[in-house]
Design a protein around this ligand. Sequence first.
Ligand SMILES: *[C@@H]1O[C@H](CO)[C@@H](O)[C@H](O)[C@H]1NC(C)=O
Ligand SMILES: *[C@@H]1O[C@H](CO)[C@@H](O)[C@H](O)[C@H]1NC(C)=O
Length: 593
Amino acid sequence: MAALSPHVLVVFVAVLLLATATTTRCHRHGRHHRHAAKGDAVAAAAATLGVTDINAICRTTPHPDSCLASTAVHLDAAAEKLVASSISVQLLPPNILSVALASLRGALSAVSSLSPVLSSALSAPPPSSPPGASPLRRGAAQDCLELHAATLASLSRSASLLASPGEGLPSVRAHLAAALTNKATCLDGLAGASGPEMDGLLASLDDAYAHVTNSLSLVAGRGDSDGGGSAASFAAAVAKIIHHNRRLLEDIGDYSDNGGGDDDDDNNNDKTVVITVAKDGTGNYRTVGEAVAAAPNNSATRTVIRVKAGTYEENVEVPPYKTNIALVGDGRDATVITGSRSAADGWTTFRSATFDAFLTHAGVSGEGFMARDVTFRNTAGAAKGQAVALRVNADMAAAYRCGVDGHQDALYAHSFRQFYRECAVSGTVDLVFGNAAAVLQACALVAKNPVAGQSNVLTAQARGDPNEDTGFSVHNCTVAASPELLASAVSTRTFLGRPWRPYARAVVMDSYLGPLVDRAGWVDWPDAEAGRADTVYFGEYGNGGPGAATDGRVGWAGFHEMGYDEAAQFSVDSLISGDEWLAATSFPYDDDV
Ligand SMILES: *[C@@H]1O[C@H](CO)[C@@H](O)[C@H](O)[C@H]1NC(C)=O
Ligand SMILES: *[C@@H]1O[C@H](CO)[C@@H](O)[C@H](O)[C@H]1NC(C)=O
């Protein structure tokens, strides 16, 4: 009971605070609704939303025609949803909320209707490939189908989050950014594929995801410019109050746990399933894959998979319904999971991963994946191109004292919010890449020997839409060369990052940069569109060491020598809402810069 009551209290206090905050806002705006009438007020606003309002709101989106089409079909349903959920608090003004919900419904119906198209285009190989067409890469079809299912889950989750008080806009934006990343990853895998069916598929994907882009733009940073009474600052204020009180309540919880009986704790521990993996047969299973398969489906409580010391040669996938897994090894030098898939052997980058956690299921909470004291390795080698050791597309995923070891594309921080603490990440080109919002804190980034003539690049972030809250934050880390790279006669250049997509964001802060870091710091993406150097955001703050001097850095508009305020936007709390979920992992973290 001691373990449960703080949560109940949190919910209760949060509801109270939300109610109070709303009352305050209404008063500030000079309105005097009775509490009971708020749901009606929201519905009324949606019902009376005029054509002019809809036009004005849709004009702010990247694809106004798609927005208007969605509202024409779904606005009434969106209004009904608001009434049915009888919410007394919204983080968006009612008219924008209605359009955003209608847009999400449009996205869901457009993306759902793609399912049969995708299946027929991808399930069966075309009877005769057109001349010059290359076969699909291994896993490409499966990637797209799984990513498609993940997108559908993220869209419905976004809709329900938006229509209920609670986690609020950062979670909605995390899901929508993940959906857009899913599309980009499907296209990455299909690259090179052609034929009439494929062209039709690509066009339908663009049309369907226009609704997702619109939905994201409707919930992104809205109202930031119109002063203190804006929806965004209101949302931020409410979120702060809730965080603050959560912490207080957690402190109370800790206190009573320390002083109270152990019986309650045992009660709680009963729910945790522990599965042991040992190569020598002394555990429940001999392989990690078997343990994952045996873990309960859609679990709301933790399953601990304890992997005893040993080298496990296998490719392991944690599928969406294996929620709440914590992988615990005997130390990153002792427990190693290793594979060798690579692009050169025909795999898509996505599918090359030795270990992946693909948890985009619509869970209630705590769907995150955790790992500690394990190394994930890909042994394909530098000459085999992209070869992922660890891929994570799971929200609120955290790794502690882990190793990620490969060459090109070692750590695929694909999507959602992720945290890596005291991990050792080693490899060569695009060492950490993807479109997650990820913080690497107190980690060692180790550059190894690339193929002759290649440069090392520590980050390749892939933010593709300016409304996405994604980016990489390397905080309090060390950047060093591996012994082999140090000993090598060739002088390999090592850069902090390059922009995989136009709005890439990556920062390096409070870190030790060894002499290997190139004076230019950052480097172009090959064959990028003109002007990418202006649309990216690359930053440095508070770094030391021989590689930290910024006087020779690239002169791009998108490069920033940051001050504290800028740097603080990439802290654990700002970038990944860490204060909301990291305490539950028991991993140490620092929420400030
Ligand atoms: C979990 O779900 C998968 C996929 O639906 C199914 O194959 C498996 O049998 C389920 N396992 C359990 C323990 O229910
Ligand atoms: C910085 O990193 C070191 C390990 O390299 C760790 O001991 C220390 O706690 C970290 N400090 C913060 C503020 O994260």
